[in-house]
Design a protein around this ligand. Structure first.
Ligand SMILES: [Zn+2]
Length: 248
């Protein structure tokens, strides 16, 4: 009798353990299926609006993994304060600043196009500042790179990236300038390039002043979907690969 009881207990235990594993396996499967379905629910991006070849310049990706092409060149327009930007973005930039001023916000481009040499000296300066505070050169360099990109890997070399702050702190603080731009810049084709919640993807610390021109259609998608440029480009590449695959 005792023997039978023990056998029943063992059988019940084995049954419970296997039921647990079966449950884990199937629920994992369900979770995965739900995830895949959810990603399909997001409307596809309208590629005809964003990826004609003439507009490729707007979506150039420059970051630690994607250096500027060797043959890169850009025609610049000079702003009244001497900063230079890609001449093609000048009209939209002007319009954005006019509209901001009409709302009592006074922005100023404090850094735009940089040469490779300028980028190199900025990174050196940032590194040196940290070495002087007692960090080792290597640690200082790593920390500096979170704020200042390496030469050849800075968006500022494209003329499409702008650091924007206040033109007059007494009239509108840099903080209010950034807030206005984060809310409105997409209407003019600009995005906040390094949002706080994307630092693990962009590799750059949250820079509330760094805006990037990507064109109006892309800027709206990035703004509305809460993406960063790296994510957006990944999506449209995947989508256009899928489209060209289905056309074959
Ligand atoms: Zn910047």
């Amino acid at each position: 009798m005792k023997h039978k009881l023990r056998l029943a207990a063992i059988l019940a235990f084995v049954g419970l353990v296997s039921a647990f594993f079966v449950f884990r396996l199937t629920s994992g499967g369900i979770a995965q299926r739900i995830k895949i379905r959810a990603s399909l629910l997001i409307d596809p991006i309208n590629l005809s609006e964003v990826s004609s070849e003439d507009d490729d310049w707007q979506l150039i990706l420059v970051n630690a993994q994607n250096p500027l092409p060797e043959n890169f060149s850009v025609e610049l327009a000079e702003l009244s304060n001497g900063q230079k930007v890609d001449r093609r973005i000048y009209p939209q930039l002007q319009k954005m600043f006019d509209d901001a001023r009409a709302e009592g916000i006074f922005p100023s481009v404090t850094s735009a196009f940089r040469t490779e040499e300028k980028q190199r000296s900025l990174l050196e300066e940032e590194t040196e500042k940290r070495v002087n505070q007692g960090e080792s050169y290597r640690a200082a360099r790593e920390a500096a790179k979170k704020w200042v990109a390496e030469p050849g890997r800075s968006e500022h070399q494209t003329g499409l990236a702008l650091d924007i702050n206040s033109a007059d702190e007494a009239r509108s603080s840099s903080d209010s300038v950034h807030k206005w731009l984060i809310k409105n810049s997409y209407k003019y084709g600009f995005i906040l390039r390094y949002p706080e919640n994307k630092t693990d993807i962009t590799g750059i610390a949250n820079e509330s002043w760094h805006f990037r021109y990507v064109g109006a259609a892309a800027a709206k998608e990035i703004h509305d979907r809460g993406l960063c440029l790296e994510e957006y480009i990944k999506i449209i590449r995947k989508q256009s690969a899928r489209n060209s695959g289905s056309r074959r």
